[in-house]
Write a protein that binds this ligand. Structure first.
Ligand SMILES: CC(C)(COP(=O)(O)OP(=O)(O)OC[C@H]1O[C@@H](n2cnc3c(N)ncnc32)[C@H](O)[C@@H]1OP(=O)(O)O)[C@@H](O)C(=O)NCCC(=O)NCCS
Length: 176
């Protein structure tokens, strides 16, 4: 991980730099769900809405004086769902790992019993990163997401259980 990498909670003043990064990753067209052109108003609302919410957090990574990565996480009924991206040219240097470590600290201290995410099956870097942090593949959503091209893409669902001690369901599986 680069020595001068800073990971911190996002602030309102980050919105323009964050949106520029979000647009750039969306424009790559192959890594995140959002596709260009992204809706600026909705994106700004989502950004500001995640700052003060007690059930959500947004982290940003800064390197070379630039915003180079972000991770947002939303907790619903104890399950924290995350999404993240790192700027092209800054990937593979530990930025994603640092963001994910900060997120998992937040999840643990906010009593999440599980962390989930969704990743495209072709995203080798994402799959490698998530596996390294202990996420397991829990399923595959087949022909689930309609892209603007009309294509239907599969998505891989991954999960990381934080609470291993609570009992599970007392009922036997019905053989699904
Ligand atoms: C996925 C992503 C967030 C990872 O962030 P990052 O800063 O590159 O992650 P790190 O450098 O901390 O670690 C990446 C891991 O993936 C591995 N990796 C990188 N590129 C890879 C590739 N093409 N194939 C396999 N593994 C790869 C790295 O080796 C590293 O694992 P290691 O440390 O065990 O070797 C980043 O690549 C990214 O933003 N991609 C575009 C947007 C995106 O895919 N977002 C996630 C959507 S689910």
């Amino acid at each position: 991980m680069p020595d001068d990498l800073i990971v911190r909670r996002a602030e309102a003043g980050d919105v323009d730099a964050w949106f520029e990064l979000f647009e750039a990753v969306a424009a790559e067209g192959r890594w995140i769900g959002a596709e260009a052109p992204v809706d600026r108003v909705r994106a700004h609302e989502a950004f500001h809405g995640s700052l003060d919410a007690d059930r959500a957090a947004r982290f940003v990574a800064e390197l070379d004086g630039r915003l180079v990565g972000e991770l947002s996480v939303h907790r619903t009924a104890g399950v924290a769902d995350l999404g993240m991206f790192v700027r092209d040219g800054y990937r593979g240097r530990g930025v994603g790992s640092a963001l994910l470590a900060a997120c998992l600290d937040w999840c643990r201290s906010n009593r999440a019993h599980k962390v989930t995410l969704s990743v495209w099956p072709h995203n080798a870097a994402g799959l490698a990163l998530y596996r390294r942090f202990g996420f397991a593949v829990e399923g595959r959503l087949v022909r689930h997401w309609r892209r603007r091209s009309g294509e239907l893409w599969d998505a891989v669902q991954m999960g990381l259980v934080l609470d291993e001690t609570a009992p599970g369901s007392p009922f036997d599986d019905a053989g699904t």
